[in-house]
Write a protein that binds this ligand. Structure first.
Ligand code: PLP
Length: 443
């Protein structure tokens, strides 16, 4: 019996042996397409020589020095590179070790920003959306809007949630033709009801990931959100922990909506799984407010900004730019989305195929016409994703139909280096898995 405390204590886990490119191999020598990059993390695939070289070089030089006293060349270069790539005045890099630490840091940065600017503590609440995921620490979980909250209430109090931008199941009963982007206007309604004086920020994933299977908001959504945030004097935080650094076909996903948020949260693809890292990229104005105020952001995590992770991220981001990986994400992503629509939508139980770049999602339903979901206890997403493993395809574990109202979903997010031929191989495995699942659907 294993002494590892796994997340799901009753599940059998595959034991990984090694990885190469988009593939992972288990101890028995079986090969799998890592069609979710772990958790949308391994964006450059496995065993990338340039990243390994950068890791070894930095480890031989210095792996750790603490940010309380030291900066380092990789941190400085990484910050300069990101400042040159990020939109608007988003140029100040605050480093942590993962996504939850990034959203947690943004939450505290927003609260302290208003204290520094106005000299008062009243703006403390953060508004987020249902069907969102922002992390598993209590602060980030309080912003999260999905089933992961359930066992941990009470969370941080007074964190309101607004409707998701979920076009397949519009919460306002609208269609594409009648859409008035009510899901964005819901932020204004909530601010009026709750009182904007107490709200520091609104946080949202640009493309929704772990809680919803790649929901892409309407093209006007974030313009409206930006206007509302400006009007009511609250900060807009784009959580790009999953969608950032090329995943959706742009370096920063929010750029596709033509708006500049006040902060971007990043992690995952920024160091592509070679070393834990997360970040808040803040606007210069926010940084200057701290500089002119107390001069101290009262926060920090031990491993934040360690030279090894910074050197890895520097090599990763340079590779994304120099090898045109972001363009590849857009081109192969468009191809994969079109192919998946063509090949999967004919299955009677496939309700929706969606996404942007290489952040794609599939939603399955009992009845395609009414969109009635499968009963929760059938755990269909889990069954389908387990069937896909038999066909050599590993997707992001299905997010089951937890509330009984939505369909079961899963994410498809292969490494951004995937070629068109490998995309065809992936589609072949998916179709084989979906066909087998189709035969056993009632059992
Ligand atoms: N925010 C988003 C959008 C995520 O997708 C995730 C993880 O999936 C997180 C935050 C939390 O990141 P981590 O698991 O690194 O703490």
């Amino acid at each position: 019996m294993s002494n590892v405390f796994y997340r799901n204590v009753n599940k059998n886990y595959l034991e990984v042996d090694h990885g190469e490119g988009i593939y992972l191999y288990d101890k028995e020598g079986n090969k799998y397409i890592d069609a979710c990059s772990g958790a949308a993390v391994s964006n450059l695939g496995h065993a990338h020589p340039r990243i390994i070289d950068a890791m070894v070089k930095q480890a031989k030089s210095v792996a750790f020095s603490h940010l309380s006293r030291w900066t380092s060349t990789p941190i400085q270069e990484l910050a300069d590179l990101i400042a040159s790539l990020a939109p608007g005045s988003l140029s100040k890099l605050y480093l942590v070790s993962g996504g939850s630490e990034a959203t947690e840091s943004a939450l505290k940065m927003a609260r302290q920003y208003y204290m520094e600017r106005d000299g008062k503590t009243g703006k403390y609440r953060i508004i987020s959306r249902w069907k969102s995921f922002h992390g598993n620490t209590i602060g980030s979980l309080s912003m999260t809007g999905d089933k992961r909250r359930g066992k941990y209430t009470p969370l941080l109090l007074n964190f309101p949630h607004i409707a998701p931008a979920y076009c397949y199941r519009c919460p306002f009963g609208k269609s594409q033709d009648t859409c008035n982007v009510d899901c964005a206007l819901d932020l204004e309604r909530t601010l009026k009801m709750e009182g904007a004086d107490h709200v520091a920020a609104f946080i949202a994933e640009s493309v929704g990931g772990a809680a919803c299977g790649a929901i892409v908001p309407h093209k006007d959504y974030f313009k409206i959100i930006r206007e509302i945030c400006d009007h009511y004097d609250i900060l807009f935080i784009a959580d790009e922990v999953m969608a950032g650094f090329g995943r959706t076909g742009s370096m920063f996903s929010i750029e596709d909506w033509g708006v500049v948020p006040d902060m971007i949260c990043a992690a995952k693809g920024m160091s592509a799984g070679y070393s834990p890292l997360g970040a808040v990229i803040a606007k210069e104005e926010i940084y200057n407010t701290f500089k002119q105020g107390s001069g101290v952001f009262v926060h920090g995590h031990t491993y934040g900004g360690n030279p090894l992770s910074a050197a890895v991220a520097l090599a990763v981001v340079k590779t994304l730019v120099e090898d045109k990986i972001v363009e590849n994400s857009r081109i192969v992503g468009d191809y994969l989305l079109a192919q998946l629509k063509e090949k999967l939508l004919p299955f009677s139980y496939v309700g929706d195929v969606r996404g942007k770049g290489l952040m794609l999602g599939v939603e399955i339903v009992k009845d395609k016409v009414t969109k009635e979901p499968f009963p929760v206890k059938m755990v269909m997403a889990e069954k389908l994703t387990s069937t896909l493993i038999k066909h050599g395809v590993i997707v992001y574990p299905g997010n089951g139909n937890a509330d009984g109202e939505n369909g079961d979903q899963f994410l498809l997010a292969p490494p951004l280096i995937i070629t068109k031929n490998q995309a065809d191989e992936l589609i072949e495995g998916m179709v084989a898995g979906f066909t087998e699942f189709d035969k056993n659907i009632g059992s």
